[in-house]
Design a protein around this ligand. Structure first.
Ligand SMILES: [Zn+2]
Length: 319
């Protein structure tokens, strides 16, 4: 807490005086690579910050996590060069917490929290990278797992189940809501649709299952029970007429976009939706950008996790 306050104050103190835009322009001296490593003034770390960093020890990954959270908080209140420096430092500390905790015999709670911290929009503006980071966190800790990543661990749908899921959509489009509901009672079919829900629509958003559920409730046609015609008694006796509700064509009226989305999804189902992550990114419209591979985190942030000690203004591989 003291560290947080100290660093937050430091973040405020190092701002150049607001004497106009010229005062905020980065100078050549500020741009010099040695400057950020300097413990004195400028946009370098404060004495308190250096002391806190030097106290960190790889045996205690949680220390790196707490420090990362403090620095990330300070970065929110900072501007310009100082904000960039604090963001980079927060990222490094989160990556180190992640790597140091990601070893045998540890529950991985710190690693999961660290990778969630990295996914903070303040530190990671790219949405697809945030998705990727959260997927990694989900792989470590069920607490952070989104529904689809949870299901990814349950195994792949068999061809038979995929076929039944595709058939369900076809029955639903034909207005056979009762058939579809019955098929949905199969937990495996329901699981496939839940798992790939985002692939059913065309926008990569959830909500497709809610729409399917509504179609199941609304069909068959309430008026003709899908007979497509109704009997009307008039002066001339009983007459057969086209059903005025479904106009002889039972089933939900889908937009072209939704129809294409469903057909494409059925095609993916029938040709092996689970084959690879590449297939998955296609059906998910590239929502998860890449494999949730924990090994890729440190390289993605350009951090050498062996350099876990902060000494004399540098990150080094031994104390
Ligand atoms: Zn009808």
């Amino acid at each position: 807490m003291i560290v947080a306050v100290a660093w937050a104050m430091m973040a405020l103190c190092v701002q150049p005086p607001a004497t106009g835009d010229a005062a905020r322009m980065p100078t050549a001296a500020q741009d010099a690579p040695a400057k950020p490593e300097s413990p004195e003034g400028g946009s370098g770390p404060s004495v308190a910050e250096v002391a806190a960093l030097e106290r960190l020890s790889p045996e205690h990954p949680e220390g790196y996590l707490l420090a990362a959270e403090d620095v990330a908080d300070a970065a929110v209140g900072a501007e310009g060069e100082e904000a960039r420096r604090l963001r980079a430092l927060a990222q490094r500390l989160y990556v180190l917490a992640f790597e140091l905790d990601r070893v045998k015999g540890r529950p991985g709670a710190v690693a999961a929290s660290a990778v969630v911290g990295l996914a903070d929009p303040v530190l990671e503006p790219v949405a697809s990278r945030r998705t990727w980071l959260l997927a990694i966190a989900g792989g470590i800790s069920a607490q952070y797992a989104a529904a689809d990543w949870n299901l990814a661990a349950e195994g792949v749908p068999s061809d038979e189940v995929a076929y039944r899921a595709a058939t369900l959509l076809g029955r639903l489009r034909a207005g056979e809501g009762r058939d579809a509901r019955k098929m949905m009672e199969d937990p495996q079919v329901a699981a496939v649709l839940r798992r790939y829900e985002r692939a059913i629509g065309t926008t990569g958003m959830t909500g497709a299952l809610t729409r399917l559920d509504r179609y199941m409730q609304n069909w068959p046609c309430k008026e003709c029970r899908n007979d497509r015609f109704v009997l009307r008694v008039s002066d001339r006796g009983a007459e057969v007429r086209l059903c005025p509700t479904c106009r002889g064509n039972p089933g939900p009226v889908l937009s072209e976009e939704e129809l294409i989305g469903q057909l494409r999804f059925e095609d993916s189902l029938l040709s092996g939706i689970h084959d690879s992550w590449a297939a998955q990114t296609t059906v998910d419209q590239a929502a998860p950008l890449r494999d949730p591979d924990p090994e890729a985190v440190a390289p993605a942030y350009g951090v050498d996790a062996r350099e876990a000690w902060y000494r004399k203004g540098k990150w080094v591989a031994r104390p």
